[in-house]
Design a protein around this ligand. Sequence first.
Ligand SMILES: NC(=O)c1ccc[n+]([C@@H]2O[C@H](COP(=O)([O-])OP(=O)(O)OC[C@H]3O[C@@H](n4cnc5c(N)ncnc54)[C@H](OP(=O)(O)O)[C@@H]3O)[C@@H](O)[C@H]2O)c1
Length: 268
Amino acid sequence: MKQTILVTGASSGFGLLIANKLHQSGYHVIGTSRNPEKSQSSLPFKILTLDITDDNSIKSFGKQLFTEIKQLDVLINNAGFYLSGLGEETTIEQGKKQLETNFWGTVKLTNELLPYFRKQRFGKIITVGSIMGLISLPGGAYYAASKHALEGYFRALRFELNEFNIKVSMVEPVGFKTNIVTNSIVAENKISDYDAYRTKLEDYTKDLFTKSEEPTAVVETLLKLVENENPNFNHPVGKGSTLFPAIQYFSFKTFENAITKNINKFKK
Ligand SMILES: NC(=O)c1ccc[n+]([C@@H]2O[C@H](COP(=O)([O-])OP(=O)(O)OC[C@H]3O[C@@H](n4cnc5c(N)ncnc54)[C@H](OP(=O)(O)O)[C@@H]3O)[C@@H](O)[C@H]2O)c1
C-alpha cells in the first residue's frame, strides 16, 4: 500500500518541492496551506486548509484529514517563516508571532496528530528546523529561539515516542533559495543607536542569501529520511551546516570572531 505523507506549508519553497517529489515517487501526498485555493489548481496532490497559529483551524484540519486518509505514515512539519531584525528592535508582539508559528504551531499540530500515530503504533515525524536551531547569528534572535526550541522539544519527544514506534527527526538547512525572504517580516522598532551595525548586518545577510544554494539538497535529505526506517535525529543540510555547529561547540570564541570579522567586512 502507498504510504501517506502530510507536508505542512506545501504551497511554496521546501514544502512545495518535497510534496511534488514525493508525489512523483509514488507516495500519497497531502499538503497544507492557509490559502489552498491559490495553489490547488496547479498541484498534482490534494492541499487542505491549515493555519498552524489558529487552534480552530488545527482542529478542523485534523478531522478533515482523517476523512481523506485511513492511516498517516509520515508528518513533515515544514510550515514556518523568518522574522529578521535585531533583538531589541523586534517588538514583543512580533517575537511572539515568530514563536506562535514556528514553535507553538508545530507543537500544536503534532499534538493533534499524535493520538492517531499512537493508535497506529507506527509513524514518522520529520520537522524542518534550521541551522539557526543549532547556532545563532545576529539579526535572527527570535528565529533562532524558535528553531532552538524545536530542537529541544523534538529531541525529548524522540525518546518518548520510541515507545510507540514513532520515529522523530529534524532537518537543519542553511540558507537556501525559497520564498522565505519575500515572506519574512522585519523588526519594526528601529533604534538609532543600532543604525551603523544594522546597516552592515543587513548587507552581510543580503550577501548570504544571494549566495545561497538551490534547495535540491534539502529535498534529497527529506526524501532519504522518508525512506529510512530508522533515521538519526539531526540532519544538517548545506554548505557549513556541520562545520559551524562544531566550531561553535568546541570554541565559541573562534566562531564569534569569524562571524564578527565577516560582518565587519561590510563596514561602510
Ligand atoms: N529557505 C531557507 O533558507 C530555510 C533555511 C532553514 C530553514 N527553513 C525552514 O524551512 C521551512 C519552509 O520555509 P521555506 O524556506 O520553504 O519558505 P517559504 O517559501 O516562505 O514557504 C513557507 C511555507 O510555510 C507556510 N506557512 C507559513 N506560515 C504558516 C502558518 N501560520 N500556517 C500554516 N502554514 C504556514 C506557507 O504556506 P501558506 O502561506 O500557503 O499558508 C508556505 O507554504 C520553514 O520552517 C523555514 O523556517 C528555511
